[in-house]
Design a protein around this ligand. Structure first.
Ligand SMILES: [Fe+2]
Length: 396
């Protein structure tokens, strides 16, 4: 049986013209038991639409791992590697991930106390909130009135040694229902976004690129990001912007001689734009918190130099400058009308193109609101492809 695709219901806040290709619900198939033909259709749909939803999915951790692996059969280990040992305990991701013992590539994430669950005697889960990560906080009074923040816009990726996963699968098993909350951007724009409790918010990396003015498109197509070594340890003492889209410039990052042992060959240097393997389109894929330096190629011969940023190329090492350029390019794409906040139902399975979208945890739960999700992604067997020579000619 062929798969059936329908559009995702968009919230009133979203601009439908910007979501024509984004997101589809997949009907008529069992995601845990896809035939090879059905899987090929699902894979094609994922790269064309960036996020796929299956409602009422029944999926064991083994099936979720198998489905995730099918996108990259040569991949094997969890996208962030093994967190249980050594120095990575200092990573800011460490407290949020509990491994399912039987299938260590699948993580249990959520909120509250979960007992006798998939081989775990008990797991105390904590929904990450901006309070532990942002420099400024929503006041307790505002929070009681439902005001919240985006936690951290990101790509699922270790950004050191391991290559960014192609796909992430998120499966909602226990989903507490509660009042809607309002994301306040708190960046002077007055932007706000009403969201369902505990939404996962997505923005499209291709829209992020599409809406840039030509001089920033030229800059993006010529530039690579060099990430910090062990970026989540490096950034741990630092605090984020109120939009969750990068780090404040307070100089709090660990000095590089204090991050765990690292080597130059494991540093990730990745293009700003990643080429979609099916559509050929370019997606703006930068994890702003981990970015450390920018490497800019010069304007190619024959291309227009007027108005170009760094026409002769550059190696930008000033962290403030790195962050300010990235923020200028990424902030427009998280405007309220460009965000898809998924309204989770129990047994929703969402597959997202991790090399095509940015996403974030949102909101805050009370300790007694128990939420349990299974998440899986696998460090990829290849490095994301950047712009082709033709892309550079077209956009530089
Ligand atoms: Fe994530």
């Amino acid at each position: 049986m062929a798969i059936e695709l329908t559009t995702l219901p968009l919230p009133a806040s979203a601009d439908p013209s910007k979501f024509a290709n984004f997101g589809r619900e997949v009907k008529g198939v069992d995601p845990g038991n896809l035939t090879p033909e059905q899987f090929e259709e699902v894979k094609d749909a994922l790269y064309k639409h960036d996020a796929l939803l299956f409602r009422n999915a029944q999926l064991s951790p083994e099936q979720q791992y198998a489905l995730t692996k099918a996108f990259d059969p040569a991949s094997e280990s969890y996208g962030h590697g093994n967190h249980k040992t050594g120095s990575t305990k200092k990573s800011i991701l460490h407290p949020d991930l509990k491994t399912i013992p039987r299938v260590p590539q699948v993580q249990l994430i959520g909120n509250g106390l979960v007992t006798n669950y998939e081989g775990l005697e008990s797991a105390q889960l904590k929904h990450p909130s901006h309070h532990t990560f942002h420099k400024t906080q929503v006041s307790p009074e505002d929070e009681a009135n439902g005001v919240t923040r985006f936690y951290r816009w990101h790509i699922d990726a270790a950004l050191y040694d391991l290559s960014p996963p192609r796909v992430t699968t998120l499966y909602g098993i226990k989903v507490p229902k509660g009042e809607h909350q309002v994301v306040r951007y708190d960046d002077g724009t007055g932007d706000e976004l009403p969201v369902p409790l505990g939404t996962t918010a997505f923005v499209s990396g291709r829209t992020m690129f599409d809406i840039l003015p030509s001089e920033l498109k030229s800059f993006a197509v010529r530039t690579k990001v060099r990430y910090a070594p062990h970026p989540y340890v490096w950034m741990a003492p630092a605090r984020a912007l109120p939009t969750g889209l990068g780090i404040e410039n307070d100089g709090l990052e660990l000095p590089l001689n204090e991050v765990p042992e690292w080597s130059e060959d494991k540093i990730m240097t990745l293009p700003i734009l990643w080429k979609n393997p099916v559509t050929g389109e370019l997606h703006f894929q930068v994890h702003p918190c981990g970015a450390h330096e920018l490497l800019v190629d010069p304007i190619p011969a024959g291309a227009k130099r007027e108005g170009a940023l760094y026409p002769d190329g550059a190696h930008i090492k000033d962290l403030k400058e790195v962050r300010s350029l990235l923020y200028k390019m990424q902030r427009p794409a998280i405007a309220p009308q460009l965000v898809y906040p998924h309204d989770w139902e129990e047994r929703d399975l969402v597959l997202f193109h991790n090399r095509g979208v940015l996403h974030t945890v949102v909101g805050a739960f009370k300790p007694d609101q128990v939420r349990a999700f299974h998440q899986c992604n696998l460090a990829a067997s290849d490095i994301p492809k950047g712009p082709s020579e033709e892309d550079v000619k077209r956009w530089a």
